[in-house]
Design a protein around this ligand. Structure first.
Ligand code: UDP
Ligand code: MG
Length: 324
């Protein structure tokens, strides 16, 4: 029999679930098939992120027959990052594996990730080298996003969006997650000094239900990318961040001013007659100020989250598995 009580599991598999009632039974079956032969103590920490369908009910039913299962039921829908954080907090394993609950990731790949972790890494990320998603809506934007993220964060992964990942516990317990930041776990971990690797994994088309995300996510991801970049820079040399922008803005203003004065002196053009240039200058400077203000506010938010110790989720209940 596998050990599943808190603190005794070596491996915790954390899965966020939002309206995944159809996938759930197969997911658990595949996970058990992949993990039981490994001869290690594991637990399946399945988090119901306030689903509107019967995910919570199916979880409770499964708990009656699967002793390795730990069902965490959140009070409402908090989003994938918060659901994952709830799973991390409820889990006890020294190693944590995350994946999606929609059967797009293949639990059979988990041993590959664990083997790579054993090679001396702190975080191993899946790379969906044959990704099964729509080309224009998903593949192209994510290619662009991946190269952008790799450049900005300095962590050269091929596939940031792959949820199938393995971590040493220290890696996730050191991080304060909120917003959409689960996507940047490798970057955040890297900032904290984690050794990161990548292995190729399978990817299947979504069989049941539909993707929970729309286009608004692209925008949120971009903003989060800015935040991560900001953290990386700001926490060491704030002046390198603001100094450059400030100097560039001042330089531009000065140049335009010189140009206007030069035009007046040499060609006799009237400065007062050039509202467009002034408008351009004004909006540019306003943009710079707003941008910096946004970054500062973002940092303020982090301070707020971290100082308050206020959880980004609330738990309604927990059901621990048994085989009675
Ligand atoms: N998910 C969640 N809360 C949400 C949205 C999604 O827990 O508010 C879960 C979802 O059930 C799935 C994973 O996060 O297990 C990834 O979601 P999805 O498959 O919709 O994303 P995609 O694969 O389209 O990126
Ligand atoms: Mg999916």
């Amino acid at each position: 029999m596998q050990q599943t009580r808190e603190g005794q599991a070596e491996l915790s598999v954390v899965v966020p679930l939002y309206n995944e009632e159809e996938s759930l039974p197969q997911l658990v079956e595949q996970l058990l098939a992949a993990l039981r032969p490994l001869q290690l103590g594991f637990e399946l920490v399945l988090v119901d992120d306030g689903s509107r369908d019967d995910t919570a009910k199916v979880l409770s039913q499964l708990a009656a027959t699967v002793p390795e299962l730990v069902a965490v039921l959140l009070r409402r829908n908090y989003g994938q990052t918060a659901a994952m954080a709830a799973g991390f907090d409820a889990s006890g394993g020294a190693v944590i594996v995350t994946l999606d609950g929609d059967l797009q990731n293949d639990p059979a790949d988990i041993p590959l990730l664990l083997a790579e972790l054993d090679q001396g890494f702190d975080l191993v990320s899946g790379w969906r080298h044959q990704r099964q998603d729509a080309a224009m809506q998903r593949l192209l934007p994510s290619r662009i996003a991946n190269s952008l993220i790799a450049r900005v964060t300095g962590v050269r992964l091929h596939d940031y969006g792959c949820s199938l990942k393995a971590y040493r516990r220290e890696v996730v317990s050191d991080l304060n997650l909120y917003g959409e930041l689960h996507r940047f776990l490798p970057a955040l971990a890297f900032i904290e000094g984690a050794r990161i690797s990548e292995v190729k994994v399978n990817h299947h088309p979504r069989r049941y239900g539909e993707s929970k995300y729309g286009l608004d996510r692209t925008f949120r991801v971009l903003m989060d990318l800015l935040t991560v970049w900001f953290m990386k820079r700001f926490l060491t040399r704030p002046m390198h961040v603001f100094g450059f922008g400030g100097l560039a803005a001042m330089g531009a203003g000065l140049l335009i001013g010189i140009w206007l004065v030069g035009e007046k002196l040499l060609l006799g053009a009237d400065i007062g007659d050039r509202p467009l240039l002034l408008m351009a200058l004004l909006s540019f400077l306003t943009g710079v100020q707003l941008f910096c203000f946004g970054l500062l506010a973002e940092l303020q938010m982090r301070t707020y989250h971290e100082s308050q110790g206020r959880p980004i989720y609330r738990v309604r209940g927990m059901v621990r598995g048994s085989d009675s």
